[in-house]
Design a protein around this ligand. Structure first.
Ligand code: SAM
Length: 236
């Protein structure tokens, strides 16, 4: 069994006993609820630890880790990557956003069970919340994993980032290709590429790339477009 805590510690991220226990409990709840609703296709314990927990925490292994205070996880699903980030850094002020209400019921149960403070669960479309002044141009960091191709995702998550703040997209093998096709979207949303960071998961779990963006201007008035439009007509 891959020891993700040893792997994290080797890379400079020790996880304390309280956080380890909470991560374990989160996985227990995930598997229990997964019997009743579709939360994750990954159910083998080692794979969950590596592909969900370790993968989510890679953001803190990065030399680009901005030590954010406010974070929004756009299209969080069963809570990845936002919840492991919050468990390890309890000082984060976290918003978990998803369009599917059922998944938020699960997240509500996890947040209550783990006694996490300062986590807001928001049900809605990123295209709508991104126009709401309470969320637009506000966050130190926006994160997203497995939500949409980058040219679509740019319009979904960059609007939440304050000027000077960062966004990071978790991508698989095709990350660089997606980046090459998303230049116009990134610029149109008032951002620039800050870093492209390849990383390997421990064990035989393959590789990823973290794509980092810096917001250089407030979001232009016309973005995000109405729900579904970023997907129907990606900016390219
Ligand atoms: N980020 C999680 C992960 O990596 O396990 C979940 C990934 S899941 C494949 C994609 C999630 O994004 C779904 O829960 C879906 O409801 C959400 N999503 C997709 N488009 C969205 C949008 N426009 N606004 C809000 N949520 C969205």
């Amino acid at each position: 069994m891959v020891d993700i805590f040893a792997a994290l510690e080797n890379r400079g991220l020790p996880i304390d006993a309280a956080a380890r226990a909470r991560l374990g409990r989160y996985i227990e709840l995930l598997l229990a609820w997964n019997e009743r609703m579709n939360l994750t296709a990954i159910t083998e314990p080692e794979a969950i630890w590596v592909k969900h927990i370790y993968d989510s925490l890679t953001v803190f292994l990065s030399p680009h880790d901005p030590s954010p205070r406010s974070v929004i996880d756009v299209g969080t699903g069963a809570g990845f990557p936002g919840l492991p980030m919050k468990i390890v850094r309890p000082e984060l002020s976290l918003v978990l956003l998803d369009a599917r209400e059922k998944r938020l019921r699960f997240l509500e149960a996890v947040v209550a069970d783990l006694g996490l403070q300062d986590v807001r669960l928001v049900h809605g479309r990123a295209e709508v919340l991104g126009r709401d002044p309470a969320y637009r141009d506000r966050f130190d960091l926006a994160v997203a994993r497995a939500v949409a191709p980058l040219s679509v995702l740019a319009e979904l998550f960059l609007p939440f980032v304050r000027p000077g703040g960062l966004a990071v997209a978790w991508k698989g093998e095709r990350g660089r290709e997606e980046l090459a096709g998303a230049g116009r979207a990134i610029t149109a949303l008032g951002a620039e590429v800050a870093a492209v960071e390849p990383l390997a998961l421990p064990g035989a779990y393959g590789s990823r790339v973290l794509l980092w963006f810096r917001k250089v201007h407030p979001t232009p008035e016309r973005y995000p477009r109405r729900p579904g439009e970023p997907e129907r007509r990606p900016l390219r």
